[in-house]
Design a binder for this molecule. Structure first.
Ligand SMILES: C[S@@+](CC[C@H](N)C(=O)[O-])C[C@H]1O[C@@H](n2cnc3c(N)ncnc32)[C@H](O)[C@@H]1O
Length: 596
C-alpha cells in the first residue's frame, strides 16, 4: 500500500509564512547565543536538519541568517524538484521519508513544521509506517499524530546539547496518558529539556487550517551527566496578546512586538508530568497568588481541600430519544388553565393528576445564570417515570399513568431498537437512560435516585462548555439535559451559600485563568483544581467574619432580596479581603496575562 491521492491530506501539507520561519530561526539563534553549548560554533558549522521541507520556507530563513550546513527531507517529489532547483547547490536535499532516516546521523539543530495528521483520520498510513519503520513501531500509540514521530526521531537524531524547534498544533501539551501522548511525553521528559514554549493560540497562523491552535517549542537534548544529576531548568514562555500580533500584510504575516509577552513559567522541567497536562502558561507571579489562595484552603497540617473532597460532578439527563420524551408546548402538549393534554395520533388526551406530576420542565445549559437559572427558557416537558414504582407494583403503575403510557407505547419498537443498539436492556424503554440515578457515591452504598435532588435539594450546576466561571444555583425543581453538570455533595458537608458566591467570584475567575481551567464536554477536571476555603481552614476571627458576611450576601442574592451586580461587587471585594490579596495585584495580573 502506498500513499498517493490527496497529498494535502496524506502529507499534512500546510506551509509556514516567512515571518514565522524568521521568528523561529531568530528564537533559535537567541538560544544558541545565550546559553547553549552551540554558542562556540560558527553558524556555518552548525549541522542543521529540516525534516519536512515543503517548498523551503525554513531553508530560506536559515540561509539568510548564515546557516550553511543544512540537510532537508521532503517526501513529495514535486516539492523535491522545487527544492532541488532553488537550493540544490547549497543544501543536501533528500527525496525520502524522514521516518526512514538513520538514527546514526546526528545534528546540532532540527527545525521545521512537521506534517500534522491524526491517527484516527489516516489509520492506513499509520499502519503502513509502523510496518516499515522501526521508530514508528516503537512509538506508535492510538490517537497519536504523525508529527509525534517527527519529534521522537528528531530527539534520537539530536546531538547532546542540540536543539529541536518545531511549530505544531498545541493540543498535545494539555493531553494526558489516556490519549496519544502516552509515549511522547515520557520520551521528551527523559531525553530533553523544554527550553521555550511559544503559545500561538490567539493567532491564526495557517490560513488554510482555520480553528487550529498552534505552538512553537524548543527542546534541548540532555547530556548523560544532566540526566544522571537530574538537572532542572526553567521554561521560558512567549504569548501573543491578540490576533493582530502577527499582522497580515499583502499575503505575509508581520510580527508585532507590542503584542508579545514573555515570562518564566512556574512549571519547571522537573515538574513536567510524563502522563498529564502541562499547564505551562503559569507565570511565577501568578503561582505566588495561587499558593496564597491555597494556604487559606488548607488545614493545620497543610492539606489543601479541593472541590473533589466535597462533590462529584455528573452530567444531567439523557433520554433514549428527546423527540419522544420531551413534550413540546403547542406541538404535542397543550396546557390550558392548569390542564395538560398530550397528542396521541391526531387527538389530544387529558392527563390525570398523577401523570401531570410525571412531566418535568427540562432545561439546557444556556439557561444557567450566576446564582440562578432562567426559569422561562425551558426546552419542553420531560416524561420522568420512576422505574422503582414499575418494578414494585407493575399493574398499579400502569393503571396510574394511562395516557402517558399510551403516548409512549406509540414509540415502543423504536425505543427498544435504540436500546438494543446501545447494548442496553430493551425492557427499560419507558425510562430515562442517564442522569436519573447515580452510582459510586462516597457517602452511601449502591445507587441514589436523583428525582428528589432535582426537585427540591440544593443544587449547584454549570454549563458543559465554558471558559468562564458561571455557576447556577437553586432549591427549586430543576431538571437539565446532559449539557449541564451538577455538583453532587457526597463528600465533606458543603456550605452551599458560601460556595455559590465563591464559585461565581472574580477570585474564581482568576483561578480559572491561572490554572487554565476550561469546562469542556465530559472532560472537566475542575474538581481537582479548585481549592475550597471552609470553616475548618479559616485561621482567625477576621476571616470567619468575612466568611459570614459573604454567606449572608450570597443568601440575599439567592433570595433575590439584593441586586445581583451590587452584591456581587461587594462579594468580590470581600473575597479579596478573605484571602488577604490586593485587588490591584489581581487586576495587574489580569491585564498582563489574561485580558488577551
Ligand atoms: C506542514 S508541511 C511544512 C512544509 C514546510 N516545512 C513549511 O513549513 O512551509 C509538511 C511537509 O512535510 C512533507 N512530508 C510529509 N510527510 C513526510 C515524511 N514522512 N517525510 C518527509 N516529508 C514529509 C509534506 O509533503 C509537506 O511538504
Amino acid at each position: 500500500m502506498t500513499i498517493k491521492a490527496n497529498r494535502k491530506q496524506n502529507y499534512g501539507q500546510y506551509f509556514t509564512s516567512s515571518s514565522i520561519t524568521e521568528f523561529m530561526v531568530q528564537l533559535v539563534i537567541d538560544e544558541i547565543k545565550s546559553k547553549n553549548r552551540l554558542k562556540n560554533l560558527d553558524f556555518s558549522e552548525i549541522s542543521t536538519l529540516e525534516p519536512a521541507a515543503g517548498d523551503g520556507a525554513f531553508i530560506d530563513a536559515l540561509l539568510s541568517n548564515g546557516f550553511k550546513n543544512i540537510t532537508a527531507y521532503e517526501i513529495d517529489k514535486d516539492f523535491h524538484k522545487i527544492l532541488q532547483n532553488n537550493y540544490g547547490n547549497k543544501v543536501r536535499i533528500k527525496n525520502s521519508n524522514f521516518l526512514e532516516a538513520s538514527e546514526e546521523e546526528k545534528y546540532d539543530l532540527i527545525i521545521g513544521n512537521p506534517p500534522y495528521l491524526g491517527q484516527n483520520y489516516a489509520s492506513e498510513i499509520f499502519q503502513e509506517y509502523c510496518h516499515k519503520y522501526s521508530i514508528c513501531q516503537e512509538y506508535f500509540c492510538g490517537n497519536m499524530d504523525l508529527f509525534y514521530w517527527f519529534i521522537h526521531l528528531g530527539i534520537r537524531k539530536l546531538k547532546p546539547g542540540g536543539l529541536l524547534c518545531f511549530i505544531t498544533t498545541n493540543y498535545w501539551i494539555q493531553k494526558g496518558d489516556k490519549t496519544g501522548v502516552k509515549k511522547l511525553k515520557p520520551h521528551i521528559v527523559s531525553e530533553c529539556f523544554l527550553n521555550m514554549y511559544v503559545d500561538l493560540s490567539n493567532l491564526k497562523v495557517f490560513r488554510e487550517a482555520p480553528g487550529q491552535h498552534n505552538c512553537i517549542f524548543i527542546l534541548q537534548k540532555k547530556t548523560e551527566e544532566e540526566k544522571i544529576d537530574r538537572i532542572n531548568k526553567k521554561i521560558e514562555i512567549v504569548q501573543f496578546k491578540n490576533v493582530n500580533s502577527f499582522k497580515e500584510y499583502s499575503n505575509e504575516f508581520q510580527y508585532d512586538l507590542d503584542g508579545k509577552i514573555s515570562y518564566i513559567s512556574a512549571i519547571t522541567n522537573n515538574n513536567l508530568k510524563i502522563n498529564g497536562n502541562w499547564n505551562l502558561l503559569y507565570p511565577e507571579d501568578v503561582e505566588e497568588i495561587i499558593k496564597k489562595i491555597e494556604k487559606l484552603c488548607a488545614d493545620n497540617s497543610g492539606k489543601v481541600f479541593y472541590l473533589k473532597y466535597f462533590f462529584q460532578i455528573r452530567n444531567g439527563i439523557i433520554s433514549i430519544k428527546d423527540d419522544v420524551f420531551i413534550l413540546k408546548e403547542n406541538d404535542n402538549l397543550l396546557i390550558k388553565k392548569g390542564e395538560f393534554s398530550v397528542k396521541i395520533g391526531k387527538k389530544f388526551f387529558k392527563l390525570n393528576d398523577f401523570e401531570k406530576k410525571r412531566l418535568k420542565k427540562i432545561y439546557k445549559s444556556r439557561c444557567i445564570r450566576p446564582y440562578s437559572f432562567n426559569g422561562d427558557d425551558y426546552l419542553g416537558w420531560m416524561i420522568v417515570f420512576d422505574k422503582r414504582e414499575f418494578d414494585s407494583k407493575p399493574n398499579e403503575a400502569r393503571k396510574k399513568y394511562p395516557i402517558l403510557l399510551k403516548y409512549l407505547s406509540q414509540f415502543e419498537d423504536e425505543l427498544k431498537k435504540i436500546l438494543i443498539q446501545c447494548k442496553e436492556s430493551p425492557n427499560n424503554w419507558m425510562f430515562l437512560r442517564r442522569g436519573i440515578k447515580i452510582h459510586k457515591l462516597r457517602d452511601m452504598k449502591g445507587l441514589r435516585y436523583l428525582e428528589h435532588f432535582y426537585e427540591n435539594e440544593k443544587k449547584i450546576f454549570f454549563p458543559y462548555i465554558s471558559k468562564e466561571n458561571i455557576f447556577g444555583y437553586t432549591t427549586a425543581p430543576f431538571y437539565a439535559t446532559s449539557d449541564t453538570y451538577f455538583l453532587h455533595n457526597d463528600g465533606l458537608p458543603a456550605d452551599f451559600d458560601f460556595l455559590i458566591a465563591y464559585l461565581n467570584s472574580k477570585m474564581m475567575n482568576f483561578i480559572f485563568n491561572a490554572k487554565g481551567l476550561k469546562i469542556k464536554r465530559s472532560k472537566s477536571k475542575i474538581e481537582n483544581c479548585i481549592p475550597i476555603p471552609f470553616p475548618k481552614t479559616l485561621k482567625n476571627r477576621k476571616q470567619r467574619e468575612i466568611y459570614e458576611e459573604i454567606t449572608a450576601l450570597s443568601k440575599k442574592i439567592v433570595n433575590r432580596s439584593h441586586s445581583l451586580t451590587e452584591a456581587k461587587n461587594r462579594i468580590d471585594a470581600l473575597m479579596f479581603d478573605l484571602f488577604d490579596i490586593e485587588v490591584s495585584i489581581i487586576d495587574n495580573l489580569f491585564s498582563t496575562y489574561y485580558n488577551l
